[in-house]
Design a protein around this ligand. Structure first.
Ligand SMILES: [Zn+2]
Length: 103
């Protein structure tokens, strides 16, 4: 096993520190849109969530994204993000299991 520095980020919902690749980034773009950013490279203020819908729902309930993005996030946006989250979750987990996304 090669020792490698794994960048850790905190999930804004459950507050756990996890490797970046296990988290889904939500970004507030300069145009003030709130989007899921699977590339992790979009410009804007980012917040990280575990790649599970349960953590997303926790964030929605506690309005964790509002705080993390320093912008009010409307219920409609949370609903839209939840749909996006569900649709990317499967692909996200499959990519994570391959475990070969070294940069
Ligand atoms: Zn979490």
């Amino acid at each position: 096993m090669r020792p490698r520095k794994v960048p850790l980020r905190k999930c804004v919902a459950c507050q756990e520190m996890k490797p970046k690749k296990e988290l889904i980034r939500v970004v507030r773009t300069p145009a003030e849109e709130v989007l899921i950013d699977l590339t992790g490279k979009k410009a804007g203020r980012g917040a990280y969530l575990c790649g599970t819908v349960s953590c997303f729902r926790l964030a929605k309930k506690s309005k964790a994204l509002d705080r993390a993005l320093k912008q009010p996030v409307s219920p409609e946006i949370y609903d839209q993000l939840e749909r996006d989250f569900i649709s990317v979750e499967e692909a996200f987990l499959a990519a994570k299991d391959r475990g070969d996304d070294d940069e």
